[in-house]
Design a protein around this ligand. Structure first.
Ligand code: RP5
Length: 168
């Protein structure tokens, strides 16, 4: 099974990034997790990103806040798919990070999820790995089914509790 490489720009990002690690762990998918900054440790980011493909990683998640160029810098050094996770916490509540990430100039793309969309970043990474991993695909299908049941359970429960709720 290929692994997921996860990087965040600062230790101060951990609270918002933790759901990535929890989700990958729930699915039993290995990951490497680093704190590296595009502007404070540019050499190390480049070296790390350039090493990923030959070390068996299949996809990268790069999380950062403020004017977030980490995902783009990582993408510049690898042809592995890079998922950009913009984080809130900056002056513009994550809008600056979102735009920095989603508006990559043509030629070196990153796939951006929503602000603080850590769980979606992890799920998207899993879906990318699942293209070549039948077992992981089955786990993702089971997860979707769990969600379906949870919504239908809530629907039935509210139908019992509230006037007008539930099926006629
Ligand atoms: C970004 O700058 C980091 O991803 C973090 O979100 C933000 C602030 O970093 P610290 O000053 O808290 O280290 O590079």
């Amino acid at each position: 099974m290929k692994a997921v490489a996860v990087v965040m720009g600062s230790a101060s990002d951990l609270t918002r990034v933790r759901p990535v690690l929890e989700c990958l762990d729930e699915f039993g998918v290995p990951c490497e997790f680093r704190v590296l900054s595009a502007h404070r440790t540019p050499g190390e980011v480049e070296e790390w990103a350039a090493s990923l493909e030959k070390r068996g990683f299949g996809v990268v998640i790069a999380a950062a806040g403020w004017s977030a160029h980490l995902a783009g810098v990582v993408a510049a050094r690898t042809v592995l798919p890079v998922i950009a996770l913009p984080l809130s916490g900056g002056f513009l509540q994550g809008m600056e990070a979102l735009l920095s990430m989603v508006q990559m100039p043509p030629g070196v793309p990153v796939a951006a999820v929503g602000v603080d969309g850590a769980k979606n970043a992890a799920l998207l990474a899993l879906e990318i790995l699942a293209v070549e991993d039948h077992l992981l695909r089955e786990k993702l299908r089971a997860f979707r089914e769990e969600q379906r049941r949870a919504v239908l359970g809530a629907d039935a429960e509210l139908g019992r509790l509230l006037p007008g709720g539930g099926e006629p």
